[in-house]
Design a protein around this ligand. Structure first.
Ligand code: ADP
Ligand code: MG
Length: 463
């Protein structure tokens, strides 16, 4: 029927606009490398902030003692306690508590947000066993993982550049987030010192390095997306401080804000961006990360409902709600292996109140999931290639050179299997089988929290 012809036409056009042939991905990777150079050359030299992390030594494995971490990511936040065993001792003990951020606190006041976090931290500490208590006169030490762009001023201070991922709290911007947290901890009577302020990518790099010495890149694919890597200090023209002894500096790229004329953007992306809390910003993040994939899918489905009536004569009202279709649900539909696509049918019914969908309609939905996820995963792979190129590791290695391990984390990477497989296959495709053997992806489970605790240890006042 003409209805189906119209739906297919919308799909075809979307698919074409989302196309990521290898040649395009290589252009994206090259553009990423160029922007990395520009961001390192001068402050404000690029959309890529290439932030200096003040981490010039990654964990050695010799760290010892009880340390805390607080991980504020976007969707959830976690409090951790990690007991490190010293040389060859590894992680003796770890424990965590998790809470979600109430949506009203994401757009409220700075004080309310930090009070909430400090209250959860106070609860965690109050419940802990005696054996974890610090000796008299010694403060507990905490690594604070704060996954938003920060202009770092030292290893344990830094001001918020701007919020992302649906947060919008004006009075935090420009403030030192460690000072904000410290004040809130004092209000709640917690005796704790923030020893390290780290981005989640930097934490993941540190946590990954603890278990595998070849880790030199970390990528987060969760609510948002970002990457960090180990750069030669000499290759950072904008760094005017003393050269670190190690000769290295971890750079937090803030790659979510990457953009390039080579990125395949569609009308749906432009509309979503316009309607977002941060229009014009985080364009790479808006096509690759978990916060947005489901929303892009919703927008295409809405168009198909309006113009091709794929869900009947009336447009299902729920389908008009922004962000109603979340990426975990999209992922569940994409992975539906049942012959009648039962999961797709159930999700459409439960989330959008669309009942009695035909198999044909369900197949169309799965096809759309695949287009959206494939574009995101392939672009993320191109981003990794850009870093590998910047590190000069995209050509056959000299003998003796180690492989590069990329520490990966985030809910999207962890749970969206099709996305993850596509990302990994794409890097092999781009580098060629042989070169690709020297780049290894490793899931650094909760690396960002453990990494922050490790960095709190290496920046402890008491060693
Ligand atoms: P954050 O990025 O907020 O620190 P996570 O790394 O846990 O937190 O990532 C959470 C995000 O991961 C969710 O917002 C969602 O987009 C994505 N996600 C979680 N579970 C799944 C899933 N099953 N399938 C696809 N994406 C998922
Ligand atoms: Mg996180």
């Amino acid at each position: 029927s003409s209805k189906w012809a119209r739906a297919r036409a919308i799909l075809k056009e979307f698919e074409e606009k989302c196309g990521t042939p290898d040649a395009k991905l290589k252009q994206v990777a090259d553009a990423m490398t160029v922007e990395m150079h520009a961001g390192l050359a001068s402050e404000g030299g690029s959309k890529l902030k290439m932030l200096i992390s003040y981490v010039d030594n990654l964990p050695t494995g010799d760290e010892e003692g009880v340390f805390y971490a607080l991980d504020l990511g976007g969707t959830n936040f976690r409090v951790l306690r990690v007991q490190l065993g010293g040389k060859d001792g590894g992680i003796v003990h770890q424990e965590f508590a998790e809470a979600s951020i109430p949506p009203n606190l994401m757009v409220g006041t700075s004080e309310a947000l930090f009070d909430y976090i400090a209250a959860e931290l106070a609860k965690f500490v109050a419940e802990e066993e005696e054996k974890f208590h610090q000796p008299p006169g010694k403060q507990r030490e905490l690594g604070f993982t704060f996954s938003f762009p920060i202009m770092q001023t030292s290893i344990n201070s830094g001001t918020l550049i701007r919020w992302t991922k649906g947060f919008s709290i004006d009075d935090t911007v420009g403030q030192d987030v460690v000072a904000e947290l410290t004040k809130a901890m004092q209000r709640k009577g917690i005796d704790m010192r923030v020893s390290a302020l780290v981005n989640d990518t930097v934490g993941t790099l540190a946590g990954g390095r603890f278990s595998s010495k070849d880790v030199s890149i970390a990528v987060i694919l969760g609510t948002g997306t970002n990457a960090a890597y180990v750069e030669r200090a000499q290759a950072i023209p904008k760094w005017h401080g003393p050269l670190p002894k190690s000769g290295e500096m971890v750079i937090n790229m803030e790659w979510g804000n990457f953009r390039s004329s080579h990125l395949p953007l569609t009308e749906y992306d432009h509309a979503m961006d316009t309607d977002s809390l941060n229009p014009g910003e985080q364009i790479f993040e808006k096509i690759c990360s978990g916060m947005y994939l489901g929303e892009i899918l919703r927008r295409v489905l809405l168009r198909m409902a309006e113009e091709a009536g794929i869900f009947g004569d009336e447009v299902p009202p729920k389908l008009k709600n922004q962000f109603i279709l979340r990426t975990p649900e999209m992922s569940a539909m994409h992975h539906d292996t049942s012959s009648d696509l039962r999961v797709v049918g159930d999700k459409l019914k439960d989330i959008l109140e669309i009942s009695n969908t035909s198999l044909k309609t369900r197949r169309l939905v799965v096809e759309l999931c695949n287009i959206v996820a494939t574009r995101g995963a392939r672009l993320a792979a191109a981003g990794v290639l850009g870093i590998v190129k910047k590190m000069g590791r995209d050509t056959p290695r000299e003998s003796g050179q180690e492989k590069i391990v990329v520490a990966m984390d985030g809910g999207l990477y962890e749970h969206y299997t099709e996305y993850r497989k596509c990302l990994e296959n794409t890097l092999v495709e781009l580098l060629g089988e042989e070169m690709a053997t020297s780049i290894v992806f490793e899931h650094a489970n909760d690396g960002s929290g453990i990494g922050a605790a490790l960095l709190a240890a290496s920046n402890s006042l008491y060693v």
